[in-house]
Design a protein around this ligand. Structure first.
Ligand SMILES: NC(=O)c1ccc[n+]([C@@H]2O[C@H](COP(=O)([O-])OP(=O)(O)OC[C@H]3O[C@@H](n4cnc5c(N)ncnc54)[C@H](O)[C@@H]3O)[C@@H](O)[C@H]2O)c1
Length: 270
């Protein structure tokens, strides 16, 4: 499917680790729609993952960047502008990492050093990227920035652990920076709150299989796939959504507004 929705547009996509990554599938869709792309991930993920395969497919450079390091973010923005020959039009922040989840620590017994690292990588990094873009006047007028979130930012999902707080903070940064970037340069900033999706980050959540089938049963349209998410992101990067900013947009087949579904009631009656 190619509607040339992103013809002439340029952007940075963070977070493609392997072909299951939402960022990977989105990069392919953006390329299909005519965009020119710079791929980025942390050096360790570039070594361990398969991003070079994707880079070859879409003829994109891969510029390493650990988003918790200001100098690496600066370097990425400057190098991307050199590659594009000026400013660019979109950024996808598809990054999440929880140190406490990795180390198997319960939410009530968080290690606070790990916790700061989690919030820094998963949430404050959006601020760091936007601040660097603003400093270098890197994003063109009417540009679009999307970060990926999850409904645990609003409602409790016990095993989502500290990532719930990270997503609340991420959504808040999108709103706050969205205000300032909107006033300064008409750049829009939004989060997309995606259904549970089988990726490396997704399956890191304890009890993920139960979690994903519960969401499937609770959503009138079923769970949104990574491919559906990629389509939504393409629309958010296109000029068709120019007046949408500072929003958290649910992309979850209706899960967020469903109290209970017939399918879950029937399951409970068994
Ligand atoms: N999979 C789901 O169920 C789901 C649901 C809603 C939202 N999300 C969000 O979608 C986004 C993408 O995750 P995914 O599911 O595609 O999994 P993924 O594991 O493929 O992607 C996560 C990416 O974050 C990158 N990353 C981690 N630390 C980094 C750092 N310091 N610097 C730069 N990059 C770093 C990883 O290398 C990886 O590429 C995340 O924000 C995640 O929380 C996922």
């Amino acid at each position: 499917m190619n509607n040339n929705l992103l013809k002439g547009k340029k952007g940075i996509i963070f977070g493609a680790l392997d072909e299951k990554s939402i960022a990977w599938i989105t990069a392919l869709r953006c390329h299909e729609e005519g965009a020119m792309i710079v791929l980025s991930n942390a050096s360790v993920a570039i070594r361990m993952g398969e991003i070079e395969k994707l880079a070859e497919k879409i003829s994109a450079p891969v510029i390493p960047c650990d988003v918790s390091k200001a100098e690496e973010v600066e370097n990425l923005i400057i190098k991307s502008m050199e590659y594009f020959g000026g400013g660019f039009d979109f950024v996808l922040h598809s990054i999440g990492m929880s140190m406490n989840v990795r180390k198997g620590r319960h939410y009530t017994e968080l290690d606070y050093d790990y916790n700061s690292k989690t919030l820094d990588i998963s949430s404050i990094s959006l601020h760091r990227v936007l601040a660097s873009c603003m400093k270098h006047d890197a994003i063109n007028e009417w540009g679009s920035v999307v970060a990926l979130s999850y409904i645990a930012a609003q409602r409790i999902f016990p095993d989502y652990n500290e990532m719930a707080d990270a997503k609340s903070l991420l959504e808040s940064v999108a709103r706050s920076f969205g205000y300032h970037y909107g006033v300064k340069k008409k750049v829009r900033v939004n989060t997309i709150s995606q259904s549970p999706t089988k990726t490396t980050a997704g399956t890191g959540v304890k009890g993920f299989d139960g979690f994903i089938s519960f969401a499937e049963k609770m959503s009138p349209l079923g769970n949104a796939s990574a491919a559906d998410c990629a389509n939504y992101i393409v629309m958010m990067f296109s000029d068709l959504t120019k007046m949408v900013t500072m929003q958290n947009l649910f992309h979850d087949g209706g899960f967020s507004y469903t109290g209970v579904s017939q399918s879950v009631i029937e399951q409970m009656e068994k």
